[in-house]
Design a protein around this ligand. Structure first.
Ligand code: PAF
Length: 287
C-alpha cells in the first residue's frame, strides 16, 4: 500500500490528534532523507515501540552553515519511498521549507554547554538549527517516542537535553550505529566519497578499534589516545581532521583521563564528505 504523505503541520497535527484520541501511541523518526540501512533500523525501532510510525523527511536549512552541503544534500523522494517499503510507515511527514519556517519566523532553540565542544565550534549554529527543527517536528507530530541514531552522539545528547528542558513528554530513544561490512559508519554523506576516499575513510572506524585496544591494554591518558588516533587517520590518505576527542559521554566535555566510560569521538573531512564516528569505551574493572 502506498505510504501517505502529509505536507502541512496542521494536517499532521490533526492526524496525530485523531490517533491519540483513539488511544494509539505514535513514534517519530526524524530524517533528512537519502535513506540507507541505518535509517531503516531507526524506523524498525520506531515501528516496534508504538502503534503508529511517522517518519519526517525534511532537509533542514537552518542546521547547515554557509559553504556546507545544503544544496548538494541528496534529495530523491521516490527512492526514499522505495527504500522504506516494507517497514510499515503510517505517514511520511514531508513539509516544505516555507511550511516549517514561514515568513517572519523568529524563534529558535539554543541548548547551551553540550554544544560548546566537538562539532559545536566547527559548525556554528548547527545545533541551534537541529534543536529548533526537532522541537518543531515534536510539535507537528506530537509523538510519544522519538528515535535517533547514536552516530550523531552529540546531537542525541542535545535533543535529550532540549526535550527535558522544554518539558516534552516524549521518550527519546538512541539506536546503535549501523556499519558497512568494512566498518564504515553508514551515512548519507558516504555517497560523496570516491573509491580512494572511501579507503581513507575506513581509518575512522579503524582508529576507534585502536582506542578500544589501548584502553583495554591499560592506557588512561586521553592525549596519548588522541595522538595515536590522529596518526592512524592522517597516515591513511588525504583528509582534514576536524577533531579527535576523548570526551565525557554525558557532558561532551573533553577529558584528560579515562577514569570511567568515555566517548571516543571524531570528525574528519575526506574529500567533500565531513564524516563523524564514535564509540563509548569503558575501562575494564580493576581486579
Ligand atoms: O540527524 C538528522 O538527520 C538531522 O539532524 C535531524 C535530526 C533529522 C534534524 O534535521
Amino acid at each position: 500500500m502506498a505510504v501517505e504523505i502529509i505536507e502541512t503541520v496542521r494536517s499532521m497535527q490533526a492526524r496525530s490528534d485523531a490517533w491519540r484520541s483513539a488511544g494509539e501511541t505514535i513514534a517519530l523518526v526524524p530524517t533528512m532523507g537519502a535513506f540507507h540501512e541505518a535509517h531503516l533500523s531507526l524506523m524498525r525501532e520506531g515501528r516496534r515501540r508504538a502503534d503508529r510510525l511517522v517518519v519526517s523527511l525534511f532537509v533542514n536549512p537552518t542546521q547547515f552553515g554557509p559553504g556546507e552541503d545544503y544544496d548538494a544534500y541528496p534529495r530523491d523522494l521516490e527512492a526514499d519511498l522505495k527504500a522504506a517499503e516494507g517497514i510499515g510507515l503510517d505517514v511520511l511527514f514531508h513539509p516544505s521549507a516555507g511550511e516549517m519556517y514561514p515568513v517572519g519566523y523568529a524563534t529558535s532553540v539554543e541548548v547551551e554547554e553540550l554544544t560548546e565542544t566537538l562539532c559545536g565550534p566547527s559548525r556554528p549554529g548547527h545545533f541551534r538549527g537541529v534543536a529548533t527543527v526537532v522541537a518543531k517536528l515534536f510539535q507537528a507530530v506530537r509523538p510519544h517516542v522519538a528515535v535517533f541514531g547514536e552516530k550523531d552522539f552529540q546531537q542525541l545528547a542535545v535533543i535529550r537535553r532540549m526535550a527535558a528542558d522544554l518539558h516534552f513528554d516524549i521518550e527519546i530513544v538512541g539506536v546503535p550505529i549501523v556499519r558497512e561490512e568494512d566498518g564504515l559508519a553508514m551515512s548519507s554523506r558516504n555517497m560523496y566519497l570516491s573509491a580512494d576516499e572511501r579507503k581513507t575513510a575506513l581509518s575512522l572506524s579503524r582508529s576507534l578499534d585502536v582506542a578500544r585496544r589501548m584502553i583495554a591494554d591499560g592506557e588512561r591518558g586521553a592525549l596519548a589516545i588522541v595522538e595515536r588516533l590522529r596518526k592512524e587517520i592522517e597516515s591513511a590518505g588525504p583528509c582534514t581532521i576536524d577533531y579527535v576527542s576523548v570526551a565525557d559521554p554525558e557532558t561532551m566535555a573533553h577529558k584528560t583521563t579515562v577514569d570511567g566510560p568515555v566517548l571516543v569521538v571524531l570528525a574528519v573531512k575526506v574529500g567533500r564528505a565531513r564524516l563523524i564516528d564514535n564509540t563509548v569505551v569503558a575501562p575494564p574493572a580493576s581486579p
